[in-house]
Design a protein around this ligand. Structure first.
Ligand code: TA6
Length: 297
């Protein structure tokens, strides 16, 4: 993966983490453990690669732009402080999925735990974010890499008025073939963006066409995912919904950074906060949501 990304090591930071750069000068954190590995771009605090026992769990488009000029297609984009098109409360026409994924983050620290590597990254309001969204904030991402992959995003309100946000950890999972994909635990209620936001009541899931759905009542903890390569479980924390997306052939063809055949080997299963009311965080308070992705026993 490092060769594919043309990364050059800058320096070893800890036992398992090194800092690297690509040709465009974008910084990456490379985690190498005995049984797991991960790569995080500081542009977007974007996890672009995670593999367990040499098996990648995340999909990254071969044609993803990795030069810091646009959001990265694949891995786990951070959608924040809104999910999808900007809501009315923010002002229409602002960047889709917010600005966390196109901001440059700071590495605050690395903890070498017995069985994991834990990376702490952060983003604070700055002139650019305030021009788009006038709220002081501190955003913290914890990524724990080991036999499981944990990502937790904490929103801290450092301003003096309530902060309202929505978002998603927009995970692109690597799959073998659409017909081998199975998802369980999504619940039976979803909003179908491919049917003008219709509310649908239907249980069971088959991937045989384009899907762009927000499941609004997923099972409390665990979503079972069969990718064809492996069986995973996604344990969501303080999210109100799960978004499932695959653009299929026609949708992929409209995106320059989406490989033409990429739709055959991915599915997005996203840990999301999509309630239009969002989450309100009072001054000096914080709110965390995220997931644990692990192999099913
Ligand atoms: O999560 C699904 C979705 O909101 C889709 O509607 C689709 O547009 C996708 O995200 C990708 O969005 P992006 O802005 O990354 O092209």
């Amino acid at each position: 993966m490092q060769a594919r990304l043309a990364l050059t090591q800058v320096r070893q930071l800890t036992k398992t983490v090194s800092l690297a750069r690509n040709e465009a000068g974008v910084s990456y954190l490379v985690v190498e453990r005995d049984n797991s590995e991960a790569i995080i771009s500081l542009y977007g605090a974007h996890l672009i690669h995670y593999a367990h026992a040499r098996q990648p769990w995340l999909w990254l488009s071969q044609s993803a732009k990795l030069d810091g000029t646009r959001p990265i297609r694949g891995g786990v984009p951070l959608c924040w402080p809104w999910f999808g098109p900007s809501p009315e409360r923010v002002g229409l026409g602002k960047p889709q999925h917010g600005f966390a994924r196109t901001s440059t983050w700071t590495l605050d620290g690395i903890s070498e735990e017995a069985d994991n590597t834990l990376l702490h990254l952060s983003l604070r309001d700055n002139a650019q974010t305030l021009a788009t969204w006038p709220h002081p904030f501190e955003l913290e991402l914890d990524v724990r890499v080991g036999d499981e992959l944990t990502m937790m995003l904490t929103t801290r309100n450092t301003g003096s008025t309530p902060l309202v946000y929505s978002g998603a950890l927009h995970s692109y999972l690597q799959t073998q073939a659409p017909e081998l994909v199975k998802l369980a635990g999504l619940g039976s209620r979803y909003i179908d963006r491919l049917q003008d936001g219709a509310n649908i009541e239907q249980s069971g899931f088959t991937l045989d066409k384009a899907v762009d759905r927000t499941y609004t009542a997923p099972s409390a903890h665990i979503i079972d995912i069969e990718t064809g390569h492996t069986s995973l479980k996604l344990d969501n924390h303080q999210a109100d919904s799960v978004v499932v997306w695959n653009p299929w052939k026609e949708g992929a063809a409209t995106m320059a950074d989406f490989d033409d055949d990429g739709w055959k080997e991915m599915i997005c299963v996203e840990t999301a906060i999509t309630d239009p009311a969002g989450i309100t965080v009072d001054p000096d308070e914080e709110h965390t949501f995220g997931f644990i992705l692990s192999q099913k026993a």
